[in-house]
Design a protein around this ligand. Structure first.
Ligand code: AMP
Ligand code: GLY
Length: 423
């Protein structure tokens, strides 16, 4: 089977790596791919922000299956376009992807279906923001409704700050594009969990839980990023909690979407706050997480192609998704300056013999320039390992990171700190 993977980050490298292990996969094409993916798949440049470019590419390549990695192609409706042409594709339709692409949609959907989430107000004007703010205690969370690559959430300690954040969202100063809907949200406390479920339109089957580290700095300080590292362990959720989230969030989402005529097929990634009032949904994503996927695939014993096919064919129910017991982790090596401005095109050294001690270096923002690997993004590498023991996996990752370098390279040395402190 020939498989096309759309995307070119660490998540897509991890998906391609997992697909390579499937005996049914004969050829993998990645678009655009990256410097690391090119060792496992033929990479073809494509603009993932342009629907026509992606549809044309699929017509030319004629894969047996297309897998969509990032959120933007889903929000553009690439799945709808491919399905209309009778092509086989994994991921939600444009309407179903609104769970991620519109926080306004997601919040009212959760309200309609009794899914636990923070109190909120939807505002279309600055006057509405001012008025609604009086109903919230401080701090208060201000969110742009649309996709914002992690930059659309501001936690505000004063109402004035909240008003200013909303004003910047409406005017386009904050995100580079104007936002028409702003969501105010009650501030929640607790530990965050990323929960992944495979959905086939009718059923939600849990895959794994992971914990991301969103802030750039150690001790969870500094600005938010796409994620600086993640781990997945058996102990992250009790079996009872895993079941509770599956029934009361994931399955409710699938049932609700089906009842509204927009069945959800694909990966449902639930961002949860384990608050004193119980698990509350912070956000939905309609795709695999990055960097969570780089950790999770190392534990996945099931053939990943079987998961994709079961979801597409509506037979995920009863699918036993097998994970290796123990732990896995990934640590991001990022460009100096990230998540702000950073340089690109810097040579990367120390990547020879990539699987020492079983450590796998997934590439996020890398490119091959005249045969030399260079940096090509904010998050550059996702150095990943799996072990019976989380600390052991992390030690191997950090030893491997010592050998890798590029100018300005930064990484957090405290990935997994919450899990290690719990022991
Ligand atoms: P989101 O994109 O909605 O997941 O928000 C990004 C990050 O902002 C989350 O991972 C949380 O760390 C934080 N956040 C979002 N909503 C809330 C909330 N209601 N209370 C506290 N923190 C939040
Ligand atoms: N790790 C968070 C995300 O993929 O959005």
């Amino acid at each position: 089977m020939k498989v096309l993977v759309i995307g070119g980050g660490g998540r897509e490298h991890a998906l391609v790596w997992a697909l390579r292990k499937s005996s049914s996969v004969t050829e993998i094409v990645a678009a655009p791919g990256n410097g690391g993916i090119s060792a496992l798949a033929r990479c073809i440049p494509v603009d993932v922000n342009t629907l026509e470019a992606m549809v044309d590419l699929v017509s030319i390549e004629a894969p047996d299956l297309t897998i969509i990695g990032p959120e933007v192609p889903l929000a553009l409706g690439v799945v709808d376009e491919l399905e209309r042409r009778g092509l086989r594709v994994f991921g939600p339709t444009k309407d179903a992807a609104q769970l991620e692409s519109s926080k306004a949609f997601a919040k009212s959907f959760m309200q309609r279906h009794g899914i636990p989430s923070a109190e909120h107000a939807l505002c279309l004007t600055l006057d509405q923001v001012r008025e609604s703010l009086l109903n919230f205690s401080l701090p208060v969370v201000v969110k742009a409704s649309g996709l914002a690559a992690g930059k659309g959430v501001v936690i505000c300690n004063t109402r004035l700050e909240a008003e200013a954040a909303a004003a910047q969202m409406f005017s386009g100063v904050l995100l580079g594009a104007t936002e028409t809907e702003v969501v105010l949200e009650e501030f929640l406390t607790g530990e965050e969990i990323s929960f992944f479920a495979l959905c086939d339109g009718k059923h939600a089957v849990p895959i794994a839980a992971a914990q991301d580290h969103k802030r750039v700095g150690e001790g969870d300080t500094g600005p938010n990023t796409g994620g600086m590292g993640a781990y997945s362990t058996d102990g992250l959720l009790t079996p009872a909690m895993r079941q509770w989230i599956t029934q009361n969030v994931a399955q409710k989402v699938v049932d609700g979407m089906a009842s509204e005529g927009t069945p959800f097929k694909g990966i449902l990634f639930i961002g949860l706050m384990m608050s004193p009032r119980g698990p509350m949904v912070l956000e939905f994503n309609t795709r695999w997480g990055d960097p969570e996927t780089e950790a999770i695939v190392l534990r996945l014993e099931s053939d990943i192609l079987d998961l994709f096919n079961a979801a597409i064919d509506g037979r995920a129910n009863g699918l036993a998704i097998r994970l290796k017991p123990g732990a896995s982790a990934t640590v991001i090596a990022a460009s100096g300056g990230y998540p702000g401005k950073y340089a690109s095109g810097l040579p990367i050294s120390g990547l020879e013999g990539e699987d020492r001690e079983g450590v796998i270096v997934f590439h996020a923002g890398t490119a091959l320039k005249d045969g030399q690997l260079v940096t090509a993004g904010g998050r550059v590498l996702a150095v990943s390992a799996e072990s019976d023991d989380l600390e052991e996996a992390l030690n191997r990752i950090y030893r491997r990171l010592e050998e890798i370098s590029f100018e300005g390279m930064q990484y957090r040395r405290d990935i997994g700190h919450r899990a290690l402190q719990r022991r």
